[in-house]
Structures are given as structure tokens and as C-alpha cells.
Write a protein that binds this ligand. Structure first.
Ligand code: ATP
Ligand code: MG
Length: 444
């Protein structure tokens, strides 16, 4: 039988098997293999103890050893090998009090969250599937292993995992499972912001969230997560009332829909915007979720540009915004606003098209592109603050096409502007046509 997994994975299974242990692939990689999707990572389950695993492989890391997990480095790639285990005595709604190893694979599969995640497959391609995960895969259904009442009480993160998986796979959540997710939702309040942030990010990056809006917009899931996170709910609710055809076209919003970071950012901004959220809420959301400063900045910059709708900008406004950047935020703002207006990004009257046209003919795309340097200005006899002031005026002249971005023309203009600056020393130049907010010219 053709092996569906790469050689760095089969080597690990073979090594364990040759030493007399059972070794199976489990979880997401088996599920994704059956769905013919690319696996994110490979998880191996075995009846070997963590110390036995460590003794079999030259390169390992024991970071998850208290849960029975050893990371094996196989052909340079990490792969998690976990000893069959049962989780006992959940009392904090998140972590088992105790984990016990078991020789029995079926017991290990019983602790897993959903039937589609509880399928094991061996090196020969045979399946161990005691909870009929493959039937649920065929039905495109997410269903708890065992009693959903108990499973969500044990660990409320599973509620977010179910919503996220549904949005990633375009699966439905089985009725009783969904009902118990709603019942257990108050337990979500106990989850640390970062774990919520990780699931939320993946939910936003999911390719099918718009098909799951009815479930996602349910306020029961959001209120316990606190104000920073529940700021996303009003937008989801508003979008769930939009017509379906419009939702489907959402995948035209990220410039590269294959890029999961672009998808996540675009979705989050769409939800915040649809819910009329402030820049402060966007910032609070990113902070609470432990997302990077760069992500927080992209969320707020993009929302700010959307509030300042580019559709009403003059050509000079566009040039200034493109010069100042960040250009990614402006592009995203244009594409999201176009989508809300029912415009395809390629449409002749779209903001995105206009943005590209202006960019292509932009006389000064970045501060570095200015054909004159600070040193040139020093040679003209300028000092201190005056250098910056003259440069600012030159940039304004280039952007408004009063002067071409050519060294000789810029030097001539710089001399003209700087005449009154030579004497007296302390006079400050007021450049014409230069918005107060300008920055960035110092670097050029
Ligand atoms: P992906 O790798 O695409 O995120 P995955 O299903 O493999 O999906 P992982 O977080 O890698 O997700 O977890 C591996 C497996 O561990 C899951 O398939 C599931 O069987 C089990 N698992 C993970 N988190 C939980 C949980 N909170 N409760 C129960 N089982 C879980
Ligand atoms: Mg996985």
C-alpha cells in the first residue's frame, strides 16, 4: 500500500516497531490524510515509555515528558511521540490532575476530543477506529468521543477546538455535541488569553468561517471570554445576516488566500469593522490574545485607514498614504472596504484597483527613493533641524509633482528653499503643502 506520509515519519514508526513496540500515527495527521489535506504535524502514539523512546533515538527533547510526550528529531524534523495514556480527574476545566500510561491504544483514543481525531493508523496503513471516526469524516461531522457533557466539562478548550475545526474543514457539529458546547460555555472564562488567542487565530485563518457564521455568532460562546475577545461577536452577528453569496466572495479579500496569516488578519479586521469596533478594542484584543506587536499594529492601522475611507482621498492623499505606509494595511483596508461595497478587487471602480494604479505611477514610493541625501543638504550649508525641514519640503514637492525626483532639480530647489535659512541661524522653515503628520523623511 502506498504510504501517505513522508520518510522522516515512517522512520520513527519503523524504529519503534523493530524494537518490539506498537507505534501508530494518531490525531490530525490521520484525519487530514483521509481528507486528502496536508497535515500540519505528525503525532505518534506508542506503548513504549518516554524513557524507552528517548533511548531509541539519538536526538530527542523531553519538553512534554510529564504528559508522556518526547519530541524526536528525525532527519532534522521534529515529531511528537506520546506514550498511550489516560487522563484522570479534571477539576479546573482545562488540565487533568494526573496522567497515567496504559498499554492499551483504545484507552488512549478514548481521551481524545472528537471521533475524527481519535483514529489511529499503523505503518502498513491499517486503521484502528473504535469510535467510528471515519464514519463521521464521511458525514462531515464533529462529534465528541464519549459523553459530550463530560468532555466539555473536563476541558473547555475543546469548545473552541470544535468551532475552529468546523470552520477549517467546513464540517457540521453534531447536535448533542453543539448543545453541550453551549451548556459548558461559561467554563471558557477560565482559559488563559494565549490559548484562546491561538484558537481564535486559527479560526480567523480558517477557509470556511463564513459558512459557519450561525454557530460562530452565538453570543453564549463569546461573553465568558471577556470584553477584549467578545468585541468580535457583534461583527460576526452582523455578517451572519448578510446574504450568502456575498459571504462566499470573502475569499477574494486576502491578496493571497493561500497565506494563512493574510487570511487571519483579513478575517479579524472584517469582524471588527462589521461590529463597528474602535481602534482601542482592536489593540485590547491583540494584547489579551498574546499576539505580536506587529499583528496588533496591523489591526489598528488597517482599521484606521478604513475609517478614513480612501474612496474620498485626493491623488495627493493617496500618494502621501502610500509613501508613509504601511502599504500592506492600506491594501487590506481597500480590499475589505471593496468587499463590503460588493466590489470585486479587480473591478474598474474598486479602491484596490485605484490603489495599484496610483502606486504604479507613484513619484516617490519610499523615503529612501528620494534622489538627494542628508549629506547633500549639509554640503549646501544646512544644519540641525533645517535639514529635516528642507527634506520635508522636497518630499512634498515631489509628491505633488512640483519637482521631479531628480538630483539636479532637487538640489536647485533645496538651494532656493534654504537661502533664507543660512541667516539668521534659528529661523524655522514652514514648508508649503506639508501635512503635520509627516514622518519617515528623516531616514532618507
Ligand atoms: P492540527 O495538528 O491540525 O492542529 P490536531 O487534531 O492534530 O490538528 P493537535 O493539537 O496537534 O491537533 O492535537 C493532536 C491530537 O491530540 C488531536 O487530534 C486530538 O486527538 C488530541 N487532542 C488535542 N487537544 C486535545 C484536547 N484539548 N482534548 C482532547 N484531545 C485533544
Ligand atoms: Mg496535530
Amino acid at each position: 500500500m502506498e504510504k501517505p506520509w513522508p520518510s522522516f515519519v515512517s522512520t520513527v514508526l519503523q524504529t519503534l516497531q523493530k524494537s518490539g513496540f506498537e507505534a501508530m500515527l494518531v490525531g490530525g495527521c490521520v484525519r487530514d490524510g483521509l481528507l486528502q489535506r496536508r497535515a500540519r504535524d505528525y503525532d505518534v502514539a506508542t506503548n513504549a515509555t518516554p524513557h524507552q523512546v528517548m533511548s531509541l533515538f539519538p536526538k530527542t527533547a523531553s519538553t512534554g515528558i510529564q504528559h508522556g510526550t518526547v519530541t524526536v528529531i528525525s532527519k532534522g524534523q521534529p515529531i511528537e511521540v506520546t506514550t498511550y495514556r489516560v487522563d484522570l480527574g479534571y477539576s479546573d476545566g482545562r488540565h487533568p490532575e494526573k496522567v497515567c500510561f496504559t498499554p492499551n491504544l483504545v484507552e488512549d483514543l478514548a481521551r481524545r476530543d472528537f471521533t475524527i481525531n481519535a483514529i489511529a493508523q499503523d505503518l502498513q496503513g491499517r486503521f484502528i477506529d473504535p469510535y467510528q471516526g471515519r464514519v463521521d469524516l464521511g458525514r462531515q461531522t464533529i462529534r465528541c468521543v464519549g459523553s459530550p457533557t463530560i468532555r466539555f466539562q473536563e476541558d473547555s478548550l475543546r469548545i473552541l477546538r470544535a468551532l475552529r475545526l468546523a470552520a477549517e474543514l467546513a464540517f457540521s457539529i453534531e447536535k448533542t455535541t453543539f448543545y453541550e458546547m453551549l451548556n459548558a460555555a461559561p467554563l471558557l472564562a477560565k482559559l488563559p488569553g494565549e490559548r484562546v488567542g491561538q484558537e481564535l487565530w486559527r479560526l480567523a485563518a480558517a477557509g470556511h468561517w463564513f459558512e459557519k457564521l450561525q454557530s460562530l455568532a452565538n453570543i453564549t460562546f463569546w461573553e465568558p471570554l471577556g470584553p477584549a475577545v467578545s468585541s468580535l461577536q457583534p461583527g460576526l452577528a452582523a455578517l451572519s445576516r448578510e446574504n450568502e453569496i456575498h459571504q462566499k466572495a470573502w475569499l477574494t479579500v486576502p491578496e493571497n488566500p493561500e497565506d494563512s496569516q493574510q487570511r487571519a488578519l483579513a478575517a479579524l479586521i472584517t469582524w471588527l469593522w462589521a461590529g463597528k469596533q474602535s481602534l482601542e478594542s482592536a489593540e485590547a484584543l491583540a494584547r489579551h490574545c498574546g499576539w505580536s506587536k506587529a499583528i496588533g499594529n496591523t489591526l489598528t492601522h488597517t482599521l484606521a485607514m478604513m475609517q478614513d475611507d480612501p474612496a474620498v482621498w485626493s491623488i495627493l492623499d493617496w500618494r502621501i498614504h502610500l509613501y508613509e505606509g504601511p502599504r500592506e494595511s492600506l491594501g487590506l483596508a481597500c480590499r475589505i472596504l471593496d468587499w463590503f461595497a460588493g466590489l470585486d478587487p479587480g473591478a474598474a471602480n474598486s479602491r484596490w484597483r485605484l490603489c495599484q494604479k496610483i502606486w504604479d505611477k507613484h513619484p516617490l514610493q519610499t523615503p529612501r527613493a528620494l534622489s538627494i541625501t542628508g549629506e547633500d543638504l549639509i554640503h549646501l550649508g544646512l544644519q540641525g533641524q533645517n535639514i529635516g525641514q528642507v527634506k520635508k519640503a522636497l518630499v512634498a514637492a515631489v509628491l505633488s509633482e512640483r519637482c521631479p525626483n531628480q538630483r539636479q532639480s532637487l538640489l536647485t530647489l533645496a538651494r532656493e528653499i534654504s537661502q533664507p535659512l543660512a541667516y539668521p541661524q534659528n529661523e524655522v522653515l514652514e514648508p508649503t503643502n506639508t501635512p503635520e503628520s509627516w514622518h519617515g523623511w528623516e531616514q532618507g
